[in-house]
Design a protein around this ligand. Structure first.
Ligand SMILES: C[S@@+](CC[C@H](N)C(=O)[O-])C[C@H]1O[C@@H](n2cnc3c(N)ncnc32)[C@H](O)[C@@H]1O
Length: 393
């Protein structure tokens, strides 16, 4: 019997359905972008990925017992986790990694890729740099749009670039696939018309602004420890600064990691000065607010969260720079309590961000602008009364 992946009509039908699904959603696809999604087969790049089974990540392969369901999952508009704690789904045992695990590579949800590629506005012949090769699927779309000889893609994990290179080749593309740190490793003297990151940064790496040609565009997920980050679209000006706006799409990309050390876990904080707060830390799970809260938190602040012994929500904020810690817990009575440790109360900026967010009538991401210049990166919002508010990234 023919395997489903050898049935060209079936895989083409899956790409047509996916392209229509993206187009019917929030992204109106240009004909070139629709052409990219129709012509670049996602299944070539994800022969195995993880599906979530409760708390566990279980590998799901094209060669498994239900290839139809597998193909449907490949062409659903979902992100596909391909690596957990550095273990690729192709190399994992049948039960996957032990423990809950943290995803370290994935293929992004196609509609989010489409939004970002639409903002990137790639023309044939543009020199394009992608930080975060992952599976290589987005690089394939970039090759379709710019021409493969104009695309460079980089990932910090060599096993991923080694897998992506032949897969891109089998899709008909031979871009430059580099193993290295996307924040600072570039071919000598290279400059680009377009730069796209598919991993998030807290601040735009200076090398990206430096390597972007005047008039060039970069699309960069900007995110801290909170989910629901922002995607910035920036154009390089003649004076060397890059300015632009935030896209409407929330994006929780995994971080671009430039060092290999695991972040230190926050200290347990069971005791200390205690106060009540009218704001449950569950508010940070609201992606329409969390990007705004992030602007008010120091660049190094880390959030961890879970449930306490009573099954109630607990969030811990920790700033490794000065040791400040806040533990915010829901209580059975309804109010939440904050226990504070170290020199600063880390919950207070979130409370004042929430008040301002309400006062500004819950501003949407796309009402914010961003400016990246030497030494300064600022997000701004102009209220209808003309008052401008600015936050340093
Ligand atoms: C969401 S995945 C990228 C998805 C990819 N564009 C695709 O189409 O499959 C994020 C990737 O960023 C990579 N990454 C993390 N830190 C990096 C760094 N400093 N330089 C380059 N890549 C990095 C991870 O290894 C991971 O593969």
């Amino acid at each position: 019997m023919t395997h489903i992946l050898d049935d060209g009509r079936r895989t083409l039908a899956a790409r047509v359905a996916l392209t229509q699904r993206i187009d019917r959603g929030g992204v109106v696809l240009s004909s070139r972008l629709a052409g990219a999604f129709l012509n670049v087969p996602r299944h070539l790049f994800v022969p195995a990925f993880y599906r979530c089974d409760g708390e566990r990540f279980v590998p799901w392969r094209a060669t498994g017992p239900d290839p139809e369901a597998w193909l449907d999952a490949v062409y659903a508009d979902n992100s596909l986790i391909t690596e957990v704690d550095g273990v690729h789904a192709e190399d994992a045992g049948p039960d996957g990694p032990t423990g809950a695990g943290v995803p370290t590579s994935s293929s992004t949800a196609p509609s989010l890729m489409a939004d970002m590629l639409d903002a990137l506005d790639v023309e044939e012949g543009h020199e394009v740099y992608e930080a975060g090769t992952g599976t290589g699927y987005n690089a394939g779309l970039l090759c379709f749009l710019a021409g493969d000889k104009h695309v460079t893609t980089i990932d910090r994990t060599e096993a991923l670039t080694d897998k992506a290179r032949p897969r891109l080749h089998s899709a008909g593309f031979d871009p430059l696939v580099v193993h290295g740190d996307g924040a600072r490793d570039f071919p000598a003297d290279a400059s680009y018309d377009r730069i796209i990151a598919t991993a998030s940064v807290r601040r735009v790496p200076p090398e990206w602004t430096a390597r972007l040609r005047p008039g060039g565009v970069m699309v960069v997920p900007v995110k801290g420890t909170l989910a629901g980050g922002m995607v910035a679209r920036l154009t390089k000006l003649a004076d060397g600064a890059a300015v632009g706006h935030i896209l409407h799409t929330p994006a929780a990309f995994m971080p671009l990691r430039s060092d290999t050390r695991a972040p230190a876990p926050p200290p347990a904080l069971e005791d200390g000065p205690r106060r009540n707060t009218g704001l449950s830390a569950r508010v940070l799970d609201d992606w329409t607010f969390s990007f705004f809260a992030q602007l008010h938190m120091g660049p190094g602040v880390v959030r961890t969260y879970g449930k306490n012994g009573d099954g109630l929500h607990v969030t811990t904020l920790h700033d490794p720079a000065d040791g400040s810690t806040a533990r915010v817990a829901d209580t059975p009575q309804g109010a939440s309590t904050v226990i504070v440790g170290g020199p600063r109360d880390l919950w207070e900026p979130v409370e004042s961000a929430y008040r301002l967010w309400r006062e500004l009538n819950r501003p949407r991401r796309e009402w914010f602008t961003i400016e990246v210049a030497a030494g300064e990166q600022v997000v701004s919002h102009t209220a209808p009364d003309g008052r401008v508010r600015r936050w340093a990234l």
